[in-house]
Design a protein around this ligand. Sequence first.
Ligand code: NAD
Ligand code: UDP
Length: 310
Amino acid sequence: MKKILVTGGAGFVGSHLCERLLNEGNEVYCLDNFFTGQKKNVVHLLKNPYFELIRHDVTTPFFIETDEIYNLACPASPIHYQHNPIKTIKTSVMGAINMLGLAKRVNAKILQASTSEVYGDPLVHPQPESYWGHVNPIGERSCYDEGKRCAETLFMDYHKQNNVKIKIIRIFNTYGPRMDPNDGRVVSNFIVQALQNQDITIYGKGQQTRSFQYVDDLVEGMIQLMATPNHFTGPVNVGNPNEFTILELAEKVIQLTGSKSKLIYWPLPSDDPMMRQPDITIAKKELDWSPKIQLEEGLIETIKFFESII
Ligand code: NAD
Ligand code: UDP
């Protein structure tokens, strides 16, 4: 039985990861400060004696004996990470330093939840890991993008300088049950609006694209990456290469919910990337991973979840 620490474990992705790791017979320590995560995301796991929920902020050091660390702690939706930008970058950078220090001390393997945002508003399409990105260092999204880029640098330097066993996963837009209905991300916004027959808020003309991955595919990719040999560090893109315009997503959500919602157009937020699609050649080769769940199937599951909570 492995002891596994999941930071940000009470969040959307973290709660699915904790559940999967417990189901595989591991002991799981879920650490969270409940900024965007909630106890209700993991309440069903509390009866498992091998699950422990710990309130802690990763910007301060944390000590535990553990074999593996999944470092997910960080608000992920633009409205949440822009709410307190200084705290966001502290969480990414100081969180990475504290967790890498822990990994070094106890000789644990550590995986960093990085992001497609390290590519910024990309000039190369689709984005391979070798692309260095196009990021505004002083814009609305910088606290998140640059915080995650700095965390990647720290991970690589702890690996090179101190032989820490690291893995970097660059996660592309992920959706599924337990997304927070109020966190402003496009999939949750559109489904909640459609179910309530409210106007669907398209930012800009809706011609910007995203490639949406279902949460179960992501969790599988994270576990596969953690299991790779020590010399493989990544970064590796994990996402679903099927790309949609935001307008196409809105139409699909309206169709699947049978909603009477109308589309309305709001201004495009600054630095909003115009296109995003992962090149997953490395994930296929090194992790033997590719996404299994396509948009319609994943949206149907996600719609069922939102119907049950709103
Ligand atoms: P989320 O907001 O649901 O989860 C983040 C969790 O981290 C929350 O439970 C939150 O309370 C916790 N947290 C935040 N600051 C903390 C701190 N200082 N100390 C301790 N805990 C803290 O978001 P998510 O979608 O589950 O994202 C999880 C991770 O995956 C994040 O690191 C995010 O950057 C990364 N990621 C997610 C996506 C996506 O589309 N969901 C895409 C790229 C990367
Ligand atoms: N978006 C939108 N309407 C919304 C929420 C988001 O049109 O109600 C757009 C947003 O401008 C962006 C895309 O959808 O172009 C994805 O936004 P999200 O916040 O989900 O993720 P990110 O921009 O971080 O990829």
